[in-house]
Design a protein around this ligand. Structure first.
Ligand SMILES: CCCCCCCC/C=C\CCCCCCCC(=O)N[C@@H](CO)[C@H](O)/C=C/CCCCCCCCCCCCC
Ligand SMILES: [Ca+2]
Ligand SMILES: [Zn+2]
Length: 287
């Protein structure tokens, strides 16, 4: 009421524009980024076949980690399980992204990674390396949470930059790990740390190489590095979380006996690492 026909008409056009825009964000190949793998080679529904199916690794390892870490999660917090549930979402969004190469897919993929990292920081960032003005873990989380919310909003500005920003966070994770290792003398943990950094270094080399040297990989007809990255970063994340859980338990869960074990075979060559825990009470009972 009180509106002229022209006003109402222009409003309708505006809403149509928004609808159109939001529709376009879901369209195939609406993302600015296109990975090196050739698009629609095997199916007209799947843009990047190997980059899509390699995400299966997230669906396999996350439930296994939830099972293996159940005793540790009971001691620490249920948020340990939350991390792996969120990793399953990373797998779902990454599958959707590589299948469609859509703008929404890219943002969902990047934002889900951002929130797993943030949850990892809130849960495991070592208390003794908190900046001086931070009182405790709750206070730390009260800063990380809004900072992640703000980053979520900023991520819409230039989505292409987001992936580089996320990889910079993983360099910070590496730095925090190096701080922890300075005071670590346990040979098994030192070994796990070396292996973690090695997996991460190979993973990031694949990611960067796929991004920066695609013409070379196309020339030798080998465009699968991004799918290798999915698998390798998954392995690096499993190792890194095991280490941070170990250090956290060492300083923050005093009545605990813990050990890094491997599954399904207790050998670093054939199994995935996890933190096995036993309370000192349980140990006394079994003796
Ligand atoms: C205090 C430390 C806490 C450590 C917590 C570690 C939590 C792990 C977090 C995230 C899981 C991420 C899984 C990666 C998914 C890959 C999906 C993907 O391929 N996305 C690309 C687009 O397809 C996108 O371009 C990738 C962007 C970069 C992602 C960076 C992930 C960083 C993972 C951090 C790993 C720590 C390794 C430790 C190093 C020593
Ligand atoms: Ca491609
Ligand atoms: Zn990917």
């Amino acid at each position: 009421e009180g509106q002229t026909i022209i006003e109402r008409f222009s409003q309708m056009i505006f809403f149509q524009d928004i609808l159109l825009m939001s529709g376009e964000m879901f369209e195939y190949q609406s993302s600015e980024v296109d990975w090196c793998e050739e698009n629609f080679q095997y199916s007209e529904k799947v843009a990047e076949f190997y980059n899509t199916i390699s995400n299966v690794i997230f669906f396999i390892t996350a439930p296994i980690m939830m099972y293996l870490l159940h005793p540790y999660a009971q001691k620490k917090s249920r948020a340990v399980h939350l991390i792996w549930i969120m990793v399953i979402f990373v797998g779902i969004f990454s599958t959707y992204y590589h299948m469609t190469l859509s703008y929404v897919g890219q943002l969902l993929d990047e934002l889900s990674i951002l929130w797993v990292l943030a949850t990892g920081y809130m849960l495991w960032f070592p208390r003794r390396h908190f900046p001086g003005f931070i009182k405790d873990r709750k206070h730390f989380s009260l800063i990380v949470f809004p900072a992640t919310l703000l980053s979520t909003i900023l991520s819409f500005i230039k989505p292409t930059v987001n992936a580089y920003a996320l990889n910079s966070v993983s360099v910070h994770v590496l730095y925090v790990l190096s701080l922890e290792m300075k005071s670590c003398t346990d040979r098994k943990i030192i070994h796990v740390a070396f292996v973690t950094v090695a997996w991460w270094a190979v993973a990031i080399s694949c990611w960067l190489s796929d991004r920066l040297f695609c013409s070379f990989w196309k020339w030798i007809n080998f465009c699968y590095l991004h799918s290798f990255w999915h698998v390798l970063i998954n392995v690096a994340v499993i190792h890194a979380t095991t280490l941070f859980a170990y250090f956290d338990a060492l300083y923050e869960i005093p009545d605990i006996k813990m050990e890094v074990k491997y599954w399904p075979v207790n050998s670093g060559l054939l199994g995935i690492p996890y933190l096995a825990v036993q309370s000192k009470d349980q140990m006394r009972k079994s003796c």
